[in-house]
Design a protein around this ligand. Structure first.
Ligand SMILES: Nc1nc2c(ncn2[C@@H]2O[C@H](COP(=O)(O)OP(=O)(O)OP(=O)(O)O)[C@@H](O)[C@H]2O)c(=O)[nH]1
Length: 445
């Protein structure tokens, strides 16, 4: 085809719907094409006379400043092309986004002319979509992200919303440049779970979610991440998802979990937890013969304490006994208030002899402690106990509890303020001689 260069250039410019500009950087003269004017809602005639001032008036001042800086860099040969995104005022007063591109025109031998030439392309709709997305990402209560994986161990974040800085103090750019900026602050105890989820994403190609802790400024915070793969227009799988801070929800869950196993009055474990712990201990015993002992304790004549001093003092007695027990016992022991004035203690790796000694110490501690009545008069409290070591002839938790209760009732029958284990019960001799026993509740009150 034998078309002139001028015709071909015009066809290309018309086809791309580009506005064109030519600017004499010395005189300030400019030439715009008709498309340039219609892009902004004008006709060329309407904006005569044309000069660089026409552009200076229509371009947003902030963008104009940036534009001249970039042109300066181009004229100083620091950048090969000039390119800037500018807001430009339309005839109706609204703003449009213009992608402004151009360069200094040079002679065939490379000598610079006085002219810069380039194009203006209206990119408002792309820019508005981008702005909408940025605003949306800033307003969702979490961090939006996209990632790709060439292998299960090569995850690359292709997008992270700006909230990453508010959440982690790490910019989205830093995470996009190097995913380890994110993975490095995953809590060490949760990092294998996070990596397993990532590997699962790679293998299953389906939606994945994971809850984990991040260590931010030395403090743990819980997050939940959900991601699902979507095929991009080039056929590549890209995971898109959101990371939400669930710390409040986790705190609440932990509080509820703690409350569900805690006795409100004493802060010790409750019967529900103890039953579970006894089942676990029994299983360990049956599988690995891991020994343990059980102590049942009950406050003597507690009804009289309540009746005489009132329920509040009764509550204080229970709390004080709980405190004495918690102080004396090991952290590996499980201490529970299992009923009104009943306590149970599981002692792992403890023989009956050792457990009986511990129960006896508890009995003495309670019996020697000073309790104060409603009128601040001191009174004495006694407890009785039954001690039993788990053995092969005990078939179930129920049987274990029944046998330790029997020992406790026998201690009550024999006069209270004493501890009995299977051996002492069979010899019918109470463990304490009575010499170190202080007067009993029913005597005192
Ligand atoms: N203050 C207080 N009293 C409670 C609580 N739970 C149960 N009680 C009371 O504890 C008392 C237990 O009485 P009993 O079962 O007769 O036992 P006891 O008086 O200690 O007699 P023995 O065990 O035979 O020595 C009852 O009066 C219950 O109302 C509690 O949480 N706080």
């Amino acid at each position: 085809m034998n078309l002139s260069a001028e015709l071909r250039l015009k066809a290309i410019i018309d086809g791309t719907r580009a506005g064109t500009w030519e600017w004499n950087i010395r005189t300030g003269d400019v030439v715009f094409n008709e498309r340039w004017a219609t892009m902004l809602g004008f006709t060329l005639d309407e904006i005569q006379p044309l000069s660089i001032e026409t552009w200076n008036q229509l371009c947003h001042p902030d963008d104009l400043k940036r534009s001249y800086e970039l042109i300066g860099q181009h004229l100083d040969n620091k950048i090969p092309f000039y390119e800037c995104l500018c807001r430009v005022r339309r005839k109706d007063g609204s703003w449009c986004w213009i992608k402004d591109r151009g360069m200094l025109v040079k002679q065939a031998d490379g000598t610079p002319t006085e002219w810069m030439m380039g194009t203006h392309i209206d990119v408002s709709s792309e820019q508005e979509s981008q702005q909408h997305f940025t605003h949306l990402a800033a307003s969702v209560p979490g961090i939006l992200f996209s990632f790709e994986m060439d292998s299960p161990d090569a995850l690359r974040f292709t997008y992270v919303s700006e909230r990453s800085y508010a959440y982690f103090g790490i910019t989205c750019t830093a995470i996009e440049e190097d995913a380890s900026a994110f993975f490095d602050i995953v809590h060490p105890l949760d990092s294998s779970e996070v990596h397993a989820t990532v590997q699962n994403c790679y293998r299953s190609l389906s939606e994945a979610s994971c809850q984990f802790r991040m260590v931010i400024d030395g403090a743990e915070q819980w997050f939940r991440a959900v991601a699902r793969p979507i095929q991009d227009p080039f056929g590549k799988l890209v995971w898109h998802g959101m990371l939400v801070n669930i710390d409040d929800q986790k705190q609440l869950e932990n509080t509820l979990a703690r409350l569900s196993i805690t006795d409100e009055l004493t802060g010790l474990f409750n019967r529900r937890y103890l039953t579970q712990a006894l089942n676990d201990a029994m299983e360990l015993y049956q599988r690995y013969q891991s020994p343990f002992s059980l102590i049942s304790l009950d406050v003597d004549h507690f009804k009289k304490i309540n009746d005489h001093h009132g329920h509040l003092v009764g509550d204080n007695v229970l709390s004080k006994i709980a405190g004495l027990m918690a102080d004396r016992l090991r952290t590996t022991d499980i201490v529970a208030r299992t009923g009104g004035e009943e306590f149970l203690v599981i002692l792992p790796n403890t023989t009956e002899k050792e457990a009986t000694q511990i129960a006896e110490t508890l009995r003495q501690m309670v019996n020697q402690a000073e309790f104060l009545g409603h009128d601040n008069t001191p009174f004495i409290v006694a407890i009785s106990g039954g001690v039993l070591e788990m053995s092969e002839d005990i078939a179930s938790v129920e049987e274990l509890l029944k046998r330790s209760d029997q020992l406790l009732y026998e201690a009550k029958d024999r006069g209270r303020n004493m501890v009995l284990d299977e051996q002492t019960a069979s010899t019918r001799a109470p463990l304490h001689s009575g010499s170190n026993a202080r007067p009993h509740n029913d005597v005192e009150i």
